[in-house]
Design a protein around this ligand. Structure first.
Ligand code: ZN
Ligand code: FE
Length: 255
């Protein structure tokens, strides 16, 4: 049975997520910008936290980890490659690693680019992928540590997941990401209708995440760098995909 998903707004524009297995009672949180909203979400549902999954070392994704660990006794899992700059890990993960929440096997995917040790968590049965600041809703993370080629590779891995996978990313940046996307594809009907849906959701105070991968494939310019229309839009009709991606990323940095 699919895990239950809870989206928890934290800080100004961060998200934490809970996944819960009803049969075993096992509950994991993915990233902890703040402990308090996570504890409140657990308490209101009567859930006991078993696991804390960390995507990357940035403060806005881990600052609540220690108080959450102290309050719940949950195990902390994160990338082995970043163990030196993450809170102490009970389990250091590599891409070869897998673990389970309830009976669902979770797959670790290396997605360097935003940071070099960034990982994503894929729950194939539940059709969930926790991508934080790699693939983001309508965009992708800034390249603080990795190269454009690395991020492009990372996004290719995520783009290959089943299209009905729900992408659970780290921030509420969708509206501005889509405004940028519209500079490249002003006539993309999927993009135009997504912009309307996102505006309505924000006006109602609702999160715009998670979003299914197919919608990302149809509207996120960072996943579309290989398309002739996008290459033409950035004036690089003959460039390879990774170069076009790099150009789009550079334009977004200036946007
Ligand atoms: Zn980050
Ligand atoms: Fe972040």
């Amino acid at each position: 049975m699919a895990l239950e998903l809870v989206t928890i707004p934290c800080r100004t524009d961060n998200y934490a997520y809970l996944v819960h297995d009803a049969a075993s009672g096992q509950t994991a949180v993915i990233d902890v910008p703040d402990a308090a909203p996570v504890l409140a979400a657990l308490k209101s549902r009567g859930w006991q936290l078993s696991d804390i999954l960390i995507t990357h070392h940035h403060d806005d994704h881990i600052s609540g980890v220690e108080s959450l660990r102290a309050a719940t006794g949950a195990m902390v899992l994160g990338a082995a490659a970043d163990a030196h700059r993450l809170p102490p890990l009970d389990y250091a993960l590599t891409e070869a690693a897998s673990f389970a929440i309830g009976t669902e096997k979770v797959r670790v995917i290396d997605v360097p680019g935003h940071t070099v040790g960034h990982i994503a968590f894929h729950f194939p049965e539940s059709r969930l992928a926790f991508t934080a600041d790699s693939l983001m809703s309508g965009g992708c993370g800034r390249l603080f540590e990795g190269t454009a080629a690395q991020m492009w590779q990372s996004l290719q891995k995520l783009a290959a997941l089943p299209p009905d996978t729900l992408i659970c990313s780290g921030h509420e940046y969708t509206a501005s990401n889509l405004r940028f996307a519209a500079t490249l594809e002003p006539g993309n009907p999927a993009l135009i209708s997504r912009i309307e849906r996102v505006a309505a959701a924000r006006a109602a105070g609702l999160p715009t995440v998670p979003v299914d991968l197919q919608t990302e494939l149809d509207t996120n310019p960072f996943l579309r760098a290989g398309l002739p229309a996008i290459k033409a839009a950035v004036g690089l009709p003959d460039a390879d995909d990774a170069m076009v991606f790099a150009e789009i990323r550079a334009r977004k940095d200036r946007f």
